[in-house]
Ligand binder design. Structure first.
Ligand SMILES: Cc1cc2nc3c(=O)[nH]c(=O)nc-3n(C[C@H](O)[C@H](O)[C@H](O)COP(=O)(O)OP(=O)(O)OC[C@H]3O[C@@H](n4cnc5c(N)ncnc54)[C@H](O)[C@@H]3O)c2cc1C
Length: 456
């Protein structure tokens, strides 16, 4: 098996594993027969930020490739709106297939370059969590390969415990081979978007609360300027939208879908290019560029949902030390803590290009699913930033004391105790995991760091 150096999207903590490329169920099952004592983990498109899809000294089963959209393994029933799809298929491939037919994925993260398997394993959420929940809630059934080579059919009605343990289970219960996922009907490929500038933290929270008019929008998210201080602390640009109806667009090809060709970030970037000054300048421009009064206009699916996909390898912009993406959630009534966290970053002068705030809806049945009713803030920071571990440790404590938690698909920093405190159903999940994988074959660098698996 070829050795390969792997990292997550944040490009920190590289490790070497035996990497097997296998798409077909038989090839994946065969790969399991050669797994050694360090176990194995599935890898999709490697868009988790930390080490969820790495396995130092063990096996990584790579089941996807970014360009697999020609002839992707998808079948679709327009009567039910359900696709039957191989887990290696990306949301990019599904959108190319489904949008021209008048259907949209039920949930999309901020990139379409994730696989169906990765979307289930992280139970990904999008800008519509407050309305539609997360990805797992739209999975009608799935087939999963267990570590003993058996293939099981799981659904919310058929072995629901195993189904929900796999949703958000970070690949540690088995390898998802196929899934049936309900799509969302759309009339056009445009999104009717309202954009507005909000001058401070209180204005942002008021506009995004359920008492405001946020529930009128299927999609809602706010970019926050983490470097703003004083009266402007927590200012942001709120964008909210719904799929445009036929009557709202003038195009004669209302379902045309044409994800733009991508430009590439340079192969080498000096460390420190993204520093406090450049981020402050960017934030000022970004904030001022947004309309001061509420503005309504149509945007394409790629522009609204996946703007970062326009630049391939943008993750290299942080230089060779990589970057940390930090995402946490606190309960809805803890805006005091959210404010303190933003103040903490703002006072420390830790900026982020991608600080995004979102109000989440209720938690689903998956014990390890991240979203729960509350406020989630996501930010990117250069990994080499001085004092970062200490700063994040202070924020971790605020989040956990408030009854919040961290998102494992983004994590590369929290301690095992943070998972124990943040995920109160952890023991229940661990015992289902053990029943599904008594040999303890599934293991990743993330699972070792967080104490989610026993042994080496
Ligand atoms: C630009 C960007 C924006 C993002 N925005 C969001 C967002 O808005 N919301 C959100 O929730 N996430 C977001 N993410 C994170 C991303 O959606 C998740 O990390 C997702 O799991 C990545 O899918 P992947 O196919 O790349 O999986 P990988 O990163 O390769 O793997 C992730 C996990 O899934 C497991 N896995 C992969 N395939 C399978 C399979 N077939 N069976 C079982 N387990 C499997 C792996 O073992 C690993 O634990 C974003 C990431 C990026 C880079």
């Amino acid at each position: 098996m070829p050795h390969k150096r792997l990292s997550g999207w944040g490009r920190t903590a590289w490790t070497v594993a035996d990497v097997v490329s296998a798409r077909e169920p038989d090839a994946i099952a065969h790969a399991l027969t050669e797994v050694g004592p360090r176990g194995a983990i599935a890898r999709g498109l490697g868009r988790s930020y930390g080490a969820a899809a790495q396995n130092a000294g063990g096996t990584v089963i790579e089941i996807a490739s970014e360009t697999d959209y020609e002839g992707a393994d998808i079948t679709f029933s327009p009567e039910t709106g359900i696709i039957d799809v191989a887990s290696s298929v990306s949301l990019d491939a599904i959108l190319r297939f489904s949008v021209p037919r008048g259907w949209f994925v039920p949930v999309t993260p901020g990139t379409r370059f994730v696989t169906v398997g990765g979307a289930i394993a992280s139970d990904v959420h999008g800008k519509n969590h407050h309305v539609d929940g997360s990805f797992g809630q739209h999975v009608r059934s799935m087939t999963v390969l267990l570590s003993n080579g058996e293939v099981v059919e799981l659904s919310p009605h058929q072995n629901p415990e195993w189904f929900w343990a796999t949703v958000g289970g970070m690949g540690l219960t088995g390898i998802v081979l196929r899934a049936q996922v309900a799509l969302l009907p759309i009339e056009t490929s445009q999104v009717l978007v309202e954009t507005e500038r909000l001058g401070n933290f209180d204005a942002v929270c008021a506009a995004m609360s359920a008492d405001g008019d946020d529930d009128r929008y299927r999609y809602s998210v706010c970019w926050v300027d983490l470097l703003a201080t004083g009266a402007s602390m927590g200012r942001g640009v709120l964008t909210r939208g719904n799929h445009a109806q036929l009557s709202e667009v003038s195009s004669d090809e209302p379902l045309k879908y044409d994800p733009r060709l991508r430009v590439s970030a340079p192969g080498w970037v000096p460390n420190g290019l993204l520093n406090k000054l450049s981020i402050r300048a960017f934030n000022e421009v970004w904030y001022r560029k947004a309309p001061s009064q509420r503005h309504v206009g149509c945007e394409s699916i790629p522009a609204f949902f996946h703007p970062l996909d326009g630049v391939t390898n943008w993750n290299r912009l942080y230089g060779n030390q990589g970057f940390i993406q930090y995402q946490f959630i606190v309960p809805l009534d803890r805006t005091d803590v959210l404010r303190r966290v933003i103040e903490t970053f703002s006072e420390a002068g830790v900026g982020s290009f991608l600080a995004v705030l979102k109000r989440m809806g209720p938690q689903n049945l998956a014990p390890m699913s991240f979203p729960t009713e509350g406020w989630t803030l996501t930010l990117d920071m250069a990994a080499g930033l001085k004092g970062l571990p200490e700063l994040l440790a202070r924020v971790d404590a605020m989040v956990l004391d408030a009854g919040g938690r961290h998102y494992l698909a983004k994590d590369s920093h929290v301690a095992p105790s943070a998972v124990r405190r943040g995920y109160p159903r952890l023991d229940e999940w661990l015992s289902v995991r053990e029943a599904m994988d008594p040999a303890g074959m599934w293991r990743s660098d993330l699972s070792r760091r967080l104490g989610l698996v026993q042994g080496a």
